[in-house]
Write a protein that binds this ligand. Structure first.
Ligand code: S3P
Length: 747
């Protein structure tokens, strides 16, 4: 690498680049680097005289030759861009030449075959050989299709070997990066397996489908009337046949594995069509549709519903005036989770209306799809669940990923402990720090075999087929999640399972089980369930979430002149702490049109602004307002006098340490807020402008948006992407009633 001058890894310059094989990929690589001014000279080598002749006027190379020895002389980097099976011949020739310190790299679509060819030619893989594969291309081929920007924003996979030189690797990475590519490293075997499934198999299918149809007698008509579907699906059948022939020969084993799996699934579909099995067809199609819709997250190696962790999403909230209007906030998160769980375990078809299309409840939905339940929607809050019965779940194909959702993980832990199959549950960075010992411990006492990560954190590994025995459990903390987890395990346990709670917690599981016709005994603080009954499908109308409504209740309370009505809000007595606390602070809140919907009480809540005063929050209200404290702290900051919260240590283990994070944010905004081990002391005052970090916690982000109504200037709130876990459309809805919050524009 004599002429390599390294300024920074992204702007490395080299003397001479030789590209062997002036097709679409080689030509684009050469042209892109040449135009970027990365190389002193670009030499193109190709046996085809037409390719050589075209290369110069197209700006692909400075010089072309058919002679390999001449081409590689004095090269700093030699890029091999010939079809995979032609590599062997080119490599054998190269091995005879003096390559100096040149770095050798390639773009072959299958890496094992190329590395073997290098090994054979050189009698060992040289350290300066860097195997690579750009995941870019086009159905067009030949140097005439070369584009300098072909690799921009595309992935390039490098599969370095143990002995690959770090310096050579850096150099090749830098060249790709200078073409705008996103460079990733992958073990060689993984590369070939993954590409067999994601690239090679689809190409095979496209070639095959077009060939099959072209051979049919009415082929002209078929092609004439072939509209979008056929055209979209078969675009890649126009790709370079020689290149693809080589790929299938070279990556034989991995392609056969993918092809076998596909053939098996395809014959499953054939059988379903033959048998008129609509449910199987719908199951495959709904799973595929949701997978396709979430390709972007999947491609970025995030699981289905993980929020865009890398996506920067900050809010700017500006001082506002009044909060006015009539709105309906999205559906209740707790009830939405449970509707999917119990609907899946029921016999028959459950219809859900008002389902929360937030990332947390969608994670639960996906988990059940992964366990074979056919679920249609959600579409405008409507979900149709084709229940499989208590014993109808199937082993998921891989770990269940529940994103940010503690409720999914804890409730599912109970349910999965009673299944015959093994399962693994994992979550995002925030959930991976949250305690799971609170469910793992009692489940183990029931006979479940569960392994947690370090210190009782996720992931959870649950062994299937472990017989469970019911027990009486006195919960050490007031947790609806723990209670619900054990009740769900109790469906599968021998004998009765009862849970005693130290203080009332939300009882949606108990109510919904009854709604599905499953007997549950509630005696004071004790809930008991027994196995041996079944759940029968029903209709569920999910009320608006009081936890989401809470932001607007506080907003309208603190913004002078406000008058706001929140429609159809769930006012289950185990959830109304926020109303009780705000009223105790002097809030003007009335419940109108109270009614019962599917076993849950609902009302329209009217809030008018009021002068709030600080209070000592009654400890018995803590579990009833557990998720609403971040926004209640904003109310306290706007109230006259001191507000004291005690007995709320649970807040420290929510999506963030909500005591510390809120205290930090309030202090930044000029409010005296003193965290204690189990609560906080807040002195009401004037909120200033400033920047607060939500720590990726949806409720913190929304709380500080509300705070802006009474701030002296803008509040910038960072790390807000997770608002989508519980409240999709928050910014729009808040803006529509007068809260001046917007997404910060990214540069
Ligand atoms: C929930 C229970 C509460 C709550 C969570 C949802 C539920 O957690 O904080 O947002 O749906 O059961 P704990 O039961 O752990 O207090």
């Amino acid at each position: 690498m004599s002429n390599v001058s390294s300024l920074s890894s992204s702007s490395v310059k080299i003397g001479r680049l030789t590209v062997v094989g002036l097709g679409l990929i080689g030509g684009s690589f050469a042209k892109g680097l040449r135009e970027a001014g990365v190389c002193g000279e670009v030499v193109g080598c190709d046996a085809d005289p037409i390719a050589r002749r075209l290369a110069l006027p197209l700006g692909v190379a400075d010089r072309v030759t058919a002679d390999l020895a001449e081409a590689v002389q004095g090269a700093d980097v030699i890029m091999l861009a010939v079809p995979v099976l032609a590599m062997e011949r080119v490599l054998a020739e190269l091995a005879q030449l003096d390559l100096g310190d040149a770095v050798l790299t390639d773009v072959g679509s299958t890496k094992d075959a190329v590395v073997k060819a290098v090994d054979k030619a050189f009698g060992g893989v040289p350290a300066r050989f860097v195997p690579g594969h750009p995941i870019a291309g086009s159905e067009k081929s030949g140097v005439e299709a070369a584009k300098a920007g072909l690799f921009n924003h595309h992935k390039v996979i490098l599969t370095p070997l143990e002995n690959t030189s770090e310096e050579a690797l850096q150099l090749v990475s830098s060249l790709w990066q200078q073409l705008g590519a996103d460079v990733e490293h992958m073990p060689l075997a993984d590369h070939d397996e993954v590409l067999a499934a994601t690239s090679h198999l689809p190409h095979l299918l496209a070639f095959s489908l077009v060939d099959t149809l072209a051979a049919r007698s009415q082929n002209l008509d078929i092609f004439r009337y072939a509209a979008g579907g056929f055209r979209d699906f078969t675009r890649i059948a126009a790709s370079d046949p020689v290149m693809w022939r080589d790929v299938f020969i070279a990556n034989r084993e991995a392609v056969l594995r993918s092809l076998d799996a596909f053939t098996r699934d395809l014959s499953g579909l054939r059988q379903a069509i033959e048998a008129g099995d609509a449910n199987t067809l719908l199951g495959v199609f709904t799973r595929a549709k949701s997978a396709r819709e979430h390709f972007s997250t999947i491609l970025a190696r995030r699981a289905y519903m993980e929020p865009m962790q890398n996506q920067i999403s900050n809010f700017i909230a500006s001082p506002g005036a009044q909060v006015q209007g009539r709105i309906r906030v999205p559906g209740d998160k707790s009830i939405s989770h449970r509707s999917i769980m119990l609907g899946s375990l029921a016999e028959g078809v459950t219809q859900v209306e008002g389902f929360l299309e937030g990332e947390d409840s969608l994670a639960t939905l996906q988990a059940f799809r992964d366990m074979g339940v056919v679920i249609e929607g959600p579409h405008h809050g409507r979900v149709t669940i084709n229940g499989v019965g208590l014993h109808g779940l199937k082993a998921p194909p891989g770990p269940l990923y529940v994103g940010n959702s503690g409720t999914s993980m804890r409730l599912l832990a109970g349910l999965l402990s009673g299944q015959s199959f093994d399962s693994v549950m994992m979550g995002d960075a925030s959930l991976s720090k949250r305690p799971m010992g609170r469910v793992a411990k009692p489940l183990r006492e029931m006979g479940a075999q569960i392994e947690t990560g370090d210190d009782g954190r996720p992931p959870l590994h649950i062994k299937g087929g472990s017989p469970l025995t019911g027990m009486d459990y006195v919960m050490p903390m007031a947790s609806a999640q723990v209670k619900s987890c054990l009740l769900l395990a109790g469906l599968y346990a021998a004998g009765s399972t009862s849970v005693v709670e130290p203080a009332p917690t939300r009882d949606h599981t108990e109510r919904m089980l009854k709604g599905f016709g499953y007997p549950v005994r509630v005696e004071g603080a004790k809930v008991t369930i027994e196995p041996g009954h079944k759940l029968s499908a029903c209709k569920i109308d999910v009320p608006a979430d009081i936890s989401s409504a809470a932001f607007f209740m506080v907003a309208a309370s603190i913004a002078e002149g406000s008058d706001l009505t929140l429609e159809h809000v769930g006012i289950n007595p185990t959830r109304v702490g926020v109303i009780n606390i705000l009223r105790a602070m002097g809030g003007d809140i009335s419940l109108e049109n109270q009614r019962e919907v599917g076993g849950e009480p609902v009302a329209d809540i009217r809030i008018r602004s009021a002068r709030l005063k600080g209070i000592d929050i009654p400890v018995d209200q803590v579990p009833l307002a557990i998720d609403e404290f971040p926004v209640l702290f904003i109310a306290a900051a706007c109230a006259e006098g001191r507000t004291i919260l005690r007995g709320a240590e649970e807040l420290r283990v929510k999506e963030s340490d909500r005591i510390q994070v809120m205290a930090d944010g309030l202090q930044t905004l000029g409010i005296k807020a003193e965290p204690t081990h189990d609560g906080i002391i807040i002195e009401g005052g004037q909120l200033q402008s400033g920047q607060v970090d939500s720590h990726g916690d949806h409720r913190i982000a929304m709380s500080f948006s509300v705070a802006s109504l009474r701030a002296s200037g803008d509040i910038r709130i960072t790390d807000c992407a997770n608002v989508a876990t519980s409240f999709p459309g928050f910014v729009e809805l808040a803006s529509s009633v007068g809260i001046q919050v917007r997404l910060e524009e990214t540069a």
